[in-house]
Ligand binder design. Sequence first.
Ligand code: MF3
Ligand code: CO
Ligand code: CO
Length: 259
Amino acid sequence: MGNIIIKNSEQIAGIRASSRLAASTLEYIAEFVRPGVSTGFLDQKIEEYILEHGAVPATKGYNGFPKSSCISPNEIVCHGIPSEKTILKEGDIINIDVTTILNGYYGDTSRMFAIGEISERARRLMETTKHCLDLAIEQVKPGNQFGNIGFVISRYARAKGYSVVYEFCGHGVGLNFHEEPQVDHTSRRNTGPVMQPGMTFTIEPMINEGRPGTRIDKADGWTARTVDNRLSAQFEHTVLVTPTGVEVLTDVRNEYPIS
Ligand code: MF3
Ligand code: CO
Ligand code: CO
């Protein structure tokens, strides 16, 4: 138990700018995401875009992670390593996760992409996962407790017949890549620290079709797959607690009103 950093207005402005760059990187990469393309190629384009905008990719060299993004197809839950050998094919679903460092400030976001035509099953999993994130964002306001984030995520996901990954969590973010608190996606109602204006953190639910457990690839030490090789989906935003509610710092699509 350490402490949750309350950011001042200068820091918030910096984290907002970095978050917007991370989000616009995902917008930029969308046009390249199609069948036949390798995840290694997508990572190269992501790296170029981030560097051109005066930032650096936070994942490159982070605890030895080799690439500028995490790209996680199908049964990969998170931390997929982009590779020229991983070629996207029709029917795949992938998560692309981008974290930028701009002027020392961190922004972290991810979303799913469909490769060509996908199954109804895969589409329903992605839509449910996005809705889990939206429900969680509604919980962000001063005075509410962090546990209510995981509570609404797990209640909704389980009602749809899915399971929630408990081995990876959201996190405070902004001055560092991973700050306190740990933002659980399976927590209990009215538990955990109290949200206060100036807190910035991610919410990044990973929702599985089958069992919730994950295992890390022994060969690369990073790739986390579902234990049953069934599909997993994830969406992630960086959010700010405002005096009246929430600002979704990585929202460049204008999906969320500022409250
Ligand atoms: N961006 C991921 C997150 O949402 C973290 C990736 S760490 C890495 O927390 F080392 F795998 F890149
Ligand atoms: Co994150
Ligand atoms: Co991320």
